[in-house]
Design a protein around this ligand. Structure first.
Ligand SMILES: [Fe+2]
Length: 217
C-alpha cells in the first residue's frame, strides 16, 4: 500500500506569527509531499517492503531488512515522511499552547530539573545540529526522558541512530522549516517554536512511548 501525504490538523496560517503560512504551505505540499512520492518510488522496486508500516520501515533503516539498492532512499524519504507526519501533530495554534501537565510534567522535572532546563538542553541540541536535521525529546529504552538530535531525515527510531528513543516532541531545523521568516536566525525560530507546541499531543506521545508505542504504529 502506498504511503499518503496526511492533511495538516490545522490551517497553514494557524501557527502565525511564529511559523508563517507560506512556510507551512511549502513545507507540507512540496517538501513533505516529495518524501512521500520518493519513498513510494523506492518501495516500488521492493514490493515485499510495502507490507511494513511506516514505523517498522523506519526501525529497519540500517538493518539488512532494507536492501542496499534503496537503503539511502528509504532512510532519507521514509525518515522524512515519518518525521514530518509526527512534526505537524506536535504543533498547534499559539492560543492552544499552555505547557506540560500531569505525568509528562513530572517526568520532565525529574529528568531535567525544570521545564526551562529541558528547553535549554533541547534548544542547544537544535541549534547545535550542524547543517540539516532534527532535535528530539523522547523516551529512552530505560524509560527515562532524553534529548538528542539527528542529521538529515534520520530519527531516533532508526537502527542507525546513536541515541534510540521513542519521540515525544520533534523539531525540524532544516532551513526549509524557517528560512523565509527567520533567514539565518535558527535560534530565534527555535525559541519561537515553543509558542506553538501542542502539549496535549506531547502528553499522549509520552504515555504511548512509556508503553512502547510509537506515533503512527
Ligand atoms: Fe522539513
Amino acid at each position: 500500500m502506498a504511503f499518503k501525504l496526511p492533511d495538516l490538523p490545522y490551517a497553514y496560517a494557524a501557527l502565525e506569527p511564529h511559523v508563517d503560512a507560506t512556510t507551512m504551505n511549502i513545507h507540507h505540499t512540496k517538501h513533505h509531499n516529495a518524501y512521500v512520492t520518493n519513498v513510494n518510488a523506492a518501495l516500488d522496486k521492493f514490493p515485499e517492503l510495502k507490507g511494513l508500516g511506516l514505523v517498522d520501515l523506519n526501525k529497519a533503516v540500517g538493518t539488512a531488512a532494507v536492501p542496499a539498492d534503496v537503503a539511502t532512499a528509504v532512510r532519507n524519504n521514509g525518515g522524512g515522511h515519518w518525521n514530518h507526519s509526527f512534526f505537524w501533530t506536535v504543533m498547534g495554534a499559539p492560543t492552544d499552547s499552555n505547557g506540560p501537565s500531569g505525568e509528562l510534567k513530572a517526568a520532565i522535572e525529574g529528568a531535567f530539573g525544570s521545564l526551562d532546563e529541558m528547553k535549554a538542553k533541547f534548544n542547544a541540541a537544535a541549534a547545535g545540529r550542524f547543517g540539516s536535521g532534527w532535535a528530539w525529546l523522547g523516551v529512552k529504552p530505560d524509560g527515562s526522558l532524553g534529548i538528542t538530535s539527528t542529521p538529515n531525515q534520520d530519527n531516533p527510531l532508526m537502527a542507525v541512530a546513536d541515541d534510540k528513543m521513542i519521540p515525544v516532541l520533534g523539531l525540524d531545523v532544516w532551513e526549509h522549516a524557517y528560512y523565509l521568516k527567520y533567514q539565518n536566525r535558527r535560534p530565534e525560530y527555535i525559541a519561537a517554536w515553543w509558542n506553538v507546541v501542542n502539549w496535549e499531543a506531547a502528553s499522549e506521545n509520552f504515555a504511548a512511548a512509556k508503553a512502547g508505542k510509537v506515533f503512527g504504529a
